[in-house]
Unconditional design. Sequence first.
Length: 319
Amino acid sequence: MTDRPEYSQRWPRVIGLITLVYGTLLAATYEPVFEITYFSLVADYFLIVIFFTGSVGLFLRKRWGVFWLVYGSVWRLMEGAFFVYFMMILYEDVPFYAAALGILGSLIPFYGWPLFLLVWFVTHKLETKTSATLLAEKIFHDFENRTRYPQLTREVLESIGERDFQSAVVDYVSLSLEEEDDSEIEIVSEMSPGIQAIYTNWKVSADVRNGGFHQFFFNQGIDWAFMAVEGYQLLGAPKHEALITRAIEIFLEEKREGKAFYREDVQITLADYAEASQSSSLGDLDEQFYQLEREEDLDRLAYEYKKSHLEEFITPDRF
């Protein structure tokens, strides 16, 4: 299991705030070290503005915040290199250790933070991430690192919450399919009605969300649709049951008319599929399905069914 980098969640904002403080102190304590010219004043104040701008951008997790802070840090360190050269000339007659301590004492407060910023950005590949990116990463990470159960025991089922129940059942079925030579529909048909209901609901939702009912029937065929009807009956989802029953009627009618296809139809071409998809009346049901997902919470219904029919989901150890 790969640990998720926590810096991507909080450290850009922390570093952005510290950099804002650094920029404020830089402005408050600003005093030209070298000969004052109009150009040097503009350059120094512009550098301060760069740190302010970059810190705000980093706090907001914007890419331009990283750009300005890298640019400002490089600029500041170049000033630091010139400062070291100047101090070495100034301390030419001072013992080396004393000169080194004096230079370090001046460098660390004023140039240490830009050096840290550069090192941090380089080691973290200049990454800044928006809230949406972080949420997507978290969802993907949680999915990739979820626990997959080869056996659903009473203890496992009682420990799983509503959010993870369907994925646990689907994973169990998927692992079972890997160990069997029979077809998917044959294997699932031998499982309990509860597991069939959860699994077929997942198959319907996955295909309809991706390409509508037309894709579902093309990919899965009519047998899964009939199993889904029984599953919706079992879970107490009459609106879903009525909708997929209507979808079955439309599909069978269009199949008889040669307007609908199964994936196994060897003569079908991509053009045939696209034409059938555009002309099919099944598309009218897609939006109704999306709306039903808000009206009948199948995850909740499945979880409630599990609580009252726990024995249906306890499975033998296949491995």
